[in-house]
Ligand binder design. Structure first.
Ligand code: SF4
Length: 450
């Protein structure tokens, strides 16, 4: 169990100096007990107190790293049950499984497709995280050859799936220390698997069947006792209801009860609980929301990968920090002095929707992006972050008048109400009310502007 806020308070300097950002040491202690701040925020904690507070300040879900270099993925360190309480920090790694019983050419083709899959959304590049290689052949040499072929096609993180420690070792030998995740240590093989994890300094999955969390906790304690700190959990549940219940219980035990034996990320295999590819995607979506750390898919399809990556992006975006683009004047389709000038907010989704439609219209245009603190049009208007004053200020700040030889500006239809005020803020300008929806911009530019 972690320390209570009062127990932590007794170990703090009690000077109320406020340097941690809280008005009192007691307020800081309460936040520390709730895992909502880092102990390092207080620069005056003594070494003695630091040691005593280590348990209280340690993350309730251990951070696990798989892979190395730019492609590595880190999972864990989550502190809340629901993203609106703060945010979720480390998006689950999404992997695609291949088996060593498949022809190597087929394996290599899948790996090449997964490795090269890259899509952009709201200015952010999205890709899958890695490959899981399964030892299904029963032959250690075959598994090693498959691992080698996979590594030859991607530097992304790998998960090695094998029950047999000898096969696992043969696979590990092909990876030159690039830190894969081992799947899995069970009640039968944990000593050998833990020894491999320790020898190669890699994380290992602890597996217990049928959602038996007591057995899972016992197994992680045994693995930890063998000297392995980096553990991932597989509670053995595969369906919609049982995996939701098990993953929720695991998260609650780690966060609410500070139960260290289960304070690790979880791996899931949605394809094993689904009757179809579509169901696999739905189950993977459930696991993204609650509460997988690693998700191993059995199928790769660019269309469904896009759905899952978008969902992951949405859920792991900090709800208190909307994704924003920089305010400024953007050129689309090579505009000149006579080109139309449109304006909107700097909420990423708004920017990319508007910019995409303007781009698609092929009409050279200027797009003035105002600093609306990352809010969408109506929200920003309601909050006073996208009113006549803000737009007029952006016109002046970004030197719009030096780029165009007309004085016309198109505002989003949703804020038509500010057109009069904007004309007052920008004397001599004509304010035109554009469409409400971005999708109507091309027709507006072609038919109304001209
Ligand atoms: Fe107390 Fe440390 Fe915060 Fe100062 S920085 S108020 S000593 S907890």
């Amino acid at each position: 169990m972690g320390l209570s806020g009062l127990a932590i308070y007794k170990l703090l300097p009690k000077t109320n100096c406020k340097e941690c950002g809280f008005p009192t040491c007691l307020a800081f202690a309460m936040k520390l007990a709730q895992k909502q701040v880092e102990l390092s925020a207080c620069p005056y904690v003594s070494e003695e107190a630091q040691a005593a507070l280590a348990a209280a300040s340690a993350p309730p879900i251990r951070l696990i790293t798989v892979g190395s270099g730019d492609n590595k993925i880190e999972v864990g360190n989550e502190t809340v049950m629901f993203r609106h309480e703060k945010t979720f920090f480390h998006p689950p790694g999404i992997f695609v499984r291949v088996k060593d019983t498949q022809p190597l050419a087929e394996v290599e083709e899948t790996v090449t497709q997964v490795d090269g899959y890259l899509v952009e959304r709201v200015g952010i590049d999205l890709s899958l995280n890695g490959i899981a290689v399964e030892h299904a052949s029963g032959q250690a040499d075959t598994f090693a050859a498959c691992v080698e072929a996979v590594r030859g096609k991607t530097q992304r993180p790998l998960i090695l799936i094998a029950d047999d420690p000898a096969a696992m070792k043969a696979g590990l030998e092909k990876l030159n220390g690039s830190s894969p995740l081992l799947y899995a240590a069970t009640a039968d093989n944990w000593e050998a698997m833990a020894a491999l994890a320790k020898e190669y300094k890699v994380p290992v999955v602890a597996y217990a069947p049928d959602g038996d969390l007591t057995a899972l906790a016992n197994l992680t304690e045994q693995i930890k006792g063998a000297g392995v700190e980096d553990i991932v959990l597989d509670p053995g549940t595969r369906g919609f209801a049982d995996s939701l219940a098990a993953l929720t219980q695991l998260r609650r035990l780690a966060l609410k009860k500070n139960f260290r034996a289960l304070g690790y990320p979880v791996i899931t295999f949605p394809g094993e609980g689904a009757d179809s590819e579509a169901e696999e995607v739905m189950l993977a979506g459930e696991h993204i929301a609650k509460y997988a750390g690693f998700i191993v898919l059995d199928h790769f399809d660019p269309a469904t990968a896009y759905i899952l990556l978008t969902m992951r992006l949405n859920i792991y975006t900090d709800p208190q920090k909307p994704i924003q683009v920089s305010p400024g004047i953007y050129e689309i389709n090579g505009p000149g002095p006579d080109s139309p000038l449109l304006t909107t907010t700097n909420f990423s989704l708004t920017y990319f929707s508007v910019a995409g439609e303007v781009d698609g219209s092929a009409v050279p245009s200027w797009l003035l992006i105002c600093d609306s603190e990352g809010m969408s049009v109506l929200t920003a208007w309601a909050a006073g972050n996208f009113d006549a004053e803000v737009i007029a200020k952006a016109v002046k700040t970004f030197g719009v008048e030096s780029k165009i030889n007309h004085h016309k500006i198109v505002i989003p239809g949703f804020v038509a109400v500010i057109s009069g005020e904007l004309e007052e803020e920008l004397p001599g300008w004509e304010v035109r009310v554009g469409p409400r929806e971005a999708v109507d911009i091309p027709a507006y530019l072609k038919n109304v502007w001209n």
